[in-house]
Design a protein around this ligand. Structure first.
Ligand code: FE2
Length: 363
């Protein structure tokens, strides 16, 4: 079955935050993103300020409402700093919007042409799970820094790249019993297909539990695991998220690097906090994953995790939440053939998350 419309990849991840100027510094100093574009009072944008940061092919847009009656204020009050928009790059916005809305998606913004001296960008937006949006972006060779309305920006101090290259996947947490309908929605509305599932039996810590279905677009540049909590002895980390976020939302964004040891060493030096597994994780690592190219001592030094599937192996590491609420975090991932998502690490990882949940009084 061919796709109902083509998605070329992820265009950007849009956030609503309380103070975009300071959040931009956080992403620059901790994660190595370069601030490249800006709109705000100085550019004639009076109701919102946006900072655009880039590293490799990853673009983040941090947006803060500037007026007390701005529509984004409600999002900010409900969710705190959070992902608002997973924007897809397409070659035909009108077709993407017409197809998805005809198949039941709720429109947030009809196809709109934005134009300046650097060219033309077409954008439309639909709603998905929770209060999350998907924008469709058609660039047609646009030559400006980001989009019409933005000025290019050069920081006084340039960013130092951590080697993050592109978005590997973006995970959406759902409420109890909502995973299946959301996964089905992506199949029906976007023509996505399922590439991977886990059920609660795969995730065997005494306490936390989850189910997950991964949906992907035709070329699999867009991969979205959809999670829901499952019953355990104590509260699922997914349930903790849904309570802190007051509903469904983006749980983590996984960013790809081709040299995870180099990337993690930079991010750690920058002060990014990662989940730590016990040293015992490395004692039987080779028995579990077989031969790998990396030096285990290096992996252990940074707490990098390894998992193998029938096509190869992957290396991954998860940050702690990047805001006060235990909601959004980041994954750093390198793939050496493996196309899965690290099921073999769930037990060690979830025990680490549970230690954090315990400290937060949320277990
Ligand atoms: Fe992930």
């Amino acid at each position: 079955m061919s796709a109902p419309f083509e998605i070329l990849g992820t265009d950007h991840v849009g956030f609503i935050v309380g103070n975009a100027k300071q959040a931009a510094v956080y992403y620059q100093e901790r994660f190595g993103f370069e601030p490249v574009a800006y709109k705000g009072l100085e550019t004639g944008s009076r109701d919102r300020t946006c900072w655009v940061l880039r590293q490799g092919k990853i673009t983040l847009v941090l947006q803060t409402p500037m007026t007390r009656d701005h529509a984004d204020i409600a999002h900010l009050a409900k969710h705190g700093d959070a992902v608002r928009d997973l924007a897809f790059l397409v070659d035909d916005v009108r077709k993407a919007w017409e197809t998805t809305t005809a198949r039941g998606a709720v429109s947030v913004m009809e196809p709109t042409v934005l134009e300046d001296e650097h060219g033309k960008v077409v954008v439309a937006t639909i709603a998905t799970y929770g209060d999350t949006h998907h924008s469709f972006v058609q660039r047609d060779g646009y030559r400006g820094a980001f989009m019409p309305g933005y000025e290019s920006y050069t920081a006084n101090k340039p960013a130092v790249s951590a080697g993050l290259e592109f978005i590997d996947h973006v995970v959406g947490n759902q409420g109890d019993g909502e995973m299946e309908q959301v996964a089905t929605w992506y199949e029906n509305v976007f023509g996505f297909h399922r590439i991977w599932t886990i059920d609660d039996k795969d995730v065997s810590t005494a306490h936390t539990s989850l189910r997950s279905v991964v949906v992907a677009n035709e070329n699999e540049y867009v991969k979205m695991p959809i999670n829901e909590p499952a019953d355990g002895l104590k509260k699922s980390q997914i349930q903790e998220y849904v309570e802190a976020n007051y509903g469904a939302g983006v749980q983590h964004v996984a960013m790809y690097t081709h040299d995870i040891v180099a990337t993690i060493s930079k991010l750690s030096a920058n002060g990014v906090e990662f989940l730590q597994v016990p040293d015992t994780y490395y004692e039987d690592l080779l028995d579990r994953v077989g031969d790998i190219e990396e030096d285990i001592k290096e992996l252990q030094k940074y707490g990098i995790l390894v998992d193998r599937d029938d096509q190869g192996y992957l290396l991954q590491l998860f940050s702690k939440p990047v805001q006060d609420r235990p909601t959004l975090f980041y994954e750093i991932i390198e793939r050496k053939g493996a196309r899965s998502f690290g099921k073999g690490n769930f037990k060690a990882l979830f025990e680490s998350i549970e230690r954090e949940q315990e400290r937060r009084g949320n277990l």
